[in-house]
Design a protein around this ligand. Sequence first.
Ligand code: SF4
Length: 498
Amino acid sequence: MSGLTVLAPLSVEARAVRAGAAWARVHRVGMGPRRAARPVPVPEGDPVLIAGFCGALDPELEPGDIVLASELRGPTGTTPCPDPSILAGLLRRGGLRVRVGPIASSQRLVVRERRRVLHRSGALAVDMESAWLASSTRAQPLVTLRVVLDTYRHELHRPLRTLAGAAIAYRTLRSACAMVEDWARALGPREVVLASPRASCAGVVRAVEIVERALEDRGAPIYVRKQIVHNAHVVADLERRGAIFVEELDEVPRGATVIFSAHGVSPAVRAAAANRGLDVIDATCPLVAKVHAEARRFAGSGFDIVLVGHEGHEEVEGTFGEAPARTQVIASAEEVDRVRVEDPERVAYLTQTTLAIDETGVVVDALRERFPALVGPSSSDICYATQNRQDAVRALTADCEVVFVVGSGNSSNSRRLVEVAERAGCRAALIEHGTDIQPELLIGCGRVGLTAGASAPETLVEEVVRALDGLGGATVSERTVAREDVHFKLPVEVRPKR
Ligand code: SF4
């Protein structure tokens, strides 16, 4: 049973809430500011959900759309609301349309010009109680969920339209309340422990800066082959600023500027760019370039190369392309038996830079057992950022009940962080945003670990902290296992002029 109290102004709203969430305490407060301003019977510090209908101010909202308040604007001022991202994500995954933004509370019905004025103020929706309810309770958190009944084009004084909207709004409110039990059970204050180091590594910072500087110096569009780094948020942001991401070079107009991503490219791609007369800026991470150089050196000395990594990953494709006739890619110790070499005395191994260190060691041991003369790179190819982030996430697993890793699904280093945490016996989940957090992972969980893959910016970590804080408060601390001060020089094409 959850401790959530739901405040519903009208009896029809209270009925919809009870029909969806029979487990919740539902209190009907009555319609309008005067009733909403009366003290409500909720113990101080308990969680409260204000649930009911609203009028849309944003013309894009339709009956049945849900608005979660980011702030409540009343005649006497604005009350900021806890971040409702986790609830928004839960409802969206359930198939409901959800917007997050300001809700205005008005003393009377808002129609015609008054509605347009409020819309211009930036509020998404309007009701007649939420701001007063917020000031009459000391809830923690106090979340406001309103379902659109009447819209910008079809206002409340048009009875037929309103009836249809009311039926849709009722059904949506009932469905939404039927989905929120896990969220309600996850409400409450908790500790959030941040891994350090976490998020963007030096190679990612450099690659993103290369695109930004190219856009600044040369103007849009700037073409980028593949995602510059494996993070959807970073890519979308650069796209907005004028970068065009392409899969292959034949999508780039002849003579245009193209940037190679941080994961590196094969010599064949470099040759194709030269043939098209493209102006290339290379954002390959210097640590990936080092692996390419090792591949050339081993192949030049007549070694067969076993490249430990994930087939199809761009970094592996690029390294493989340095010596395709002499390189075989394997991902696990079980695949060592299928390796074929010309001379067992001349076998070298290389690895993808973002693998899990413990698993890679197992594969290299199996290779060495089969090829005792096996040689490897002068220092581990697993880069400093991968190593530090994996050490840091392992340190979280000692006392965190769940670990969230911020990163995109195609980010190898982020996925490895999830696996490292799981192998250490901790529940872990990969998330792109706070909206991806599944509340059931947080039920009964007092301490959450949080980290981010090397391709994810710190701003996304801050966003997730706000989302966790929105469940009832987050006390944030940091656990540091290493200090990083690595910086890579920009390529000459985008280096600031002196
Ligand atoms: S994870 Fe390592 S190899 Fe990959 S871009 Fe970052 S620093 Fe370079």
